[in-house]
Design a protein around this ligand. Sequence first.
Ligand code: NI
Length: 181
Amino acid sequence: MGAMEHPIPKNVPALLPIVKYGDPVLVKKAKPVAAIDDAVLRLIPAMFNTMYAEPGIGLAAPQVGISVRVMVVDVASDGKSQPLALINPRIDAHKGQIKSEEGCLSFPGIQVTVPRWAWVKVSAINEKGLPVTIEAEGLLSRCLQHEMDHLDGVVMIDRLSLPQRVKALWEIRKRKKAGLW
Ligand code: NI
């Protein structure tokens, strides 16, 4: 990619294809967003559409093959939709540790138990270019950490112990052989 080329393609379809584990974009550190331009404003609704269609509760831009620091989340707590679009997010503070099951749209059919911070304080900018701060625990905390990892090229199985990781990789191999990947 040339230096002047925008990291987000001009034509972003309304539904984006999900990239699965094995694609190099998922292990690459994504680029910060320099400006909330038209490309970013087209990408965010397409990412929400894609996430809801799967369905999923979080999606990071590298999962649709676009290596920029944009993520969308909606854990719909209390049955109410709570869409969050976060640009250039970072963890400002964290507390405690908790292990729980998680899955990932880029790992279809795979569930692993991942240790995460129990509570996080995340700051980012939203789609309006305004700074936002979120304090989260439970599912939202887990989801934010999972999606932020994607922006650093870290996937959930990278957080596992070696034997657990080997087991997950073996499951993935089985699924690939069965044509389920
Ligand atoms: Ni994921």
